[in-house]
Design a protein. Structure first.
Length: 256
């Protein structure tokens, strides 16, 4: 019996396992636990736990800054538009979900029973949001340099360096719409959240994209980012119809 107790004590915790994946040790372990807590888990546990939505908000900005600095240093000669494409792709839901899987966040994050049954651990929006929350937690715990070290290790490991003779053809619907409008000497599009419905753990967002005060398209999605991408896609198709390429919503060049 004593051996069994000792074995249980020696079993690594979720926090220590994830710290090994991150190559970062938290001073405040509660920050990491909060970063792993999806709103569905907090909701089903009578809000005994704080969810990770505020950390996700912070992490989104931290990830964006780190990616922008990385591409600015890697491609000092390219245009602002091309840098925006690179940053947009590297911080997309698809890219961040891939990073989340690389550090096994799908095993560590805490989701509610409903999300568990509906395959929440595999949903790219939840994986990407949790990754942003973890980066946000590292930023709070250890500062910008600590967050940069963790994120850049993943970014450098997955990014395929584009050779000078290769065309920089990295895009998503939002950046494609912005580029098209710039070529037409029109202002950049802006996206307005019209409404969000449903419980906190399963919200649907409705977004409309405008140029100046002119509405172009409206769309809904399970995250604000997803709704914005769909609205941009609709706007592009309204301009080009069937001529527009069938793009994935977000693309990023990963090493094979």
């Amino acid at each position: 019996m004593m051996r069994n107790i000792l074995r249980k004590r020696k079993k690594p915790s979720v926090v220590s396992e994830l710290e090994r994946e991150l190559c970062y040790q938290f001073r405040n372990k509660d920050l990491l636990l909060q970063a792993l807590t999806h709103s569905s888990f907090a909701y089903e546990n009578a809000e005994k736990f704080r969810d990770n939505e505020l950390m996700e908000f912070l992490g989104d900005s931290v990830v964006g800054l780190i990616a922008a600095a990385f591409f600015y240093g890697s491609y000092p000669e390219v245009t602002e538009g091309d840098l925006s494409k690179l940053k947009s792709s590297a911080t997309s839901t698809i890219a961040l979900a891939e990073y989340a899987r690389q550090i096994r966040l799908d095993h560590f994050m805490r989701v509610g029973r409903g999300e568990e049954k509906s395959g929440g651990r595999k949903k790219e929006s939840i994986l990407a949001g949790t990754f942003e929350a973890v980066v946000g937690a590292i930023f709070i715990d250890g500062g910008y340099k600590a967050a940069q070290d963790v994120y850049l290790k993943l970014l450098r490991g997955s990014f395929k360096k584009i050779k000078d003779e290769e065309q920089l053809d990295i895009n998503n619907y939002k950046s494609a719409l912005q580029e098209f409008l710039q070529k037409e000497d029109l202002p950049a599009p802006h996206y307005k959240l019209l409404k969000s419905t449903g419980p906190d753990h399963k919200k649907e967002f409705v977004v409309e994209v405008f140029v100046n005060k002119t509405p172009l398209a409206k769309a809904s999605g399970l995250s604000r980012k997803a709704a914005e991408l769909k609205a941009a896609e609709k706007a592009l198709k309204s301009f080009f119809g069937q001529k527009i390429k069938a793009l994935t919503q977000e693309t990023f060049i990963f090493k094979k």
